[in-house]
Design a protein around this ligand. Structure first.
Ligand SMILES: Cc1cc2nc3c(=O)[nH]c(=O)nc-3n(C[C@H](O)[C@H](O)[C@H](O)COP(=O)(O)O)c2cc1C
Length: 288
């Protein structure tokens, strides 16, 4: 699960603005424990997720020596002094450097910006084909192993297997998410009555016309990039485009990652459903 560092935005010296990369200087709530350098990050401001770059260092180019945490948030203009924000590290890009001039520093920050935007760019979407099957099974195998390691009793009995994915492909409900020609995530977006959702210990919010997302799996090398969130938002858009009025989803009680994701996407908890191998928490989000 992504780890979110929190802190309060304080005033800096305003140099970032002059350089064309205004930064939010952060006073972390607790020790952050990061090496000096530049990182690709996801940033949460006011409940909304943004992409950005974090600099941890003492700004040696400007002959300063106190350790600072500065975040430049892409496509973000609002002043957020004194607000509390959170960030989550995606990857380290480079070490801190003492540049010979501020022009060199600005060129380096421009290069960081291009590299980080590329790294954080959302994956592209395609309907899954038989030629994707092996890549999909690799990703599903990785997700099963991760859940096993976290003692989550979900997907530990062979499901989903090749047959489940081939069925998804044939029904045109299997979706791959692709980055630089590599399949990085998989999900089934299903429209139609789910027999497991017929009986709920609780109450659904709407009637019977809904989509649901099953079999979400992310490649090990592409975790903590917000792809699961991207998939949920993609499925929501897909449903709205087709005039489907509701979105239902279920997850295992111990799958805290999915429970957080579902809650953060505005779903309402509706009750307990019984699926193939046990109980699941069931949620719904009306869309229209
Ligand atoms: C992505 C990024 C990378 C940076 N890398 C360095 C660096 O390697 N060396 C350095 O001295 N300062 C670096 N800086 C810090 C700039 O010097 C800093 O943004 C500037 O001092 C603005 O701070 P201020 O708004 O508090 O005045 C970096 C800043 C950003 C946003």
């Amino acid at each position: 699960m992504s780890f979110w560092h929190t802190g309060t935005v304080i005033h800096g010296y305003g140099n970032g603005q002059k350089f064309g990369f205004p930064t939010a200087n952060l006073l972390p709530d607790s020790p952050v424990g990061l090496e000096k350098g530049v990182y690709a990050v996801r940033v949460r401001v006011d409940g909304k997720c943004h992409k950005g770059m974090l600099y941890v260092g003492t700004r040696p180019t400007l002959k300063l020596d106190t350790l600072t945490f500065e975040i430049h948030i892409f496509n973000f203009r609002r002043k957020i002094y004194h607000e509390r924000i959170a960030f989550s590290i995606v990857a380290k890009i480079r070490d801190e450097k003492r540049f010979q001039s501020t022009e060199e520093l600005v060129r380096a920050i421009e290069a960081d910006s291009a590299a980080i935007r590329g790294l954080l760019r959302a994956p592209e979407h395609a309907l899954a084909k038989t030629s994707h099957l092996q890549s999909i099974m690799t990703i599903i195998g990785q997700a099963k192993a991760r859940m096993g390691a976290q003692h989550i009793d979900q997907w530990q009995d062979g499901y989903p297997n090749e047959e489940s994915i081939i069925t998804d492909i044939n029904k045109k409900q299997g979706h791959v998410f692709v980055k630089d020609h590599q399949v990085v995530a998989y999900a089934a977006i299903v429209h139609g009555k789910d027999p497991y959702y017929e009986n709920i210990d609780g109450q659904w919010l709407t009637n019977d016309n809904y989509i649901t997302v099953h079999r979400i799996a992310i490649h090990n090398d592409f975790l903590h990039r917000g792809y699961a969130d991207h998939i949920i938002r993609y499925a929501e858009k897909y449903a709205k485009k087709q005039g489907i009025p509701s979105f239902r989803i279920d997850t295992h009680h111990d799958n805290l990652f999915m429970r957080n994701l579902i809650r953060n996407n505005g779903f309402t908890y509706c009750g307990i459903v019984q699926v193939r191998d046990g109980e699941r928490l069931a949620y719904e989000k009306p869309l229209l």
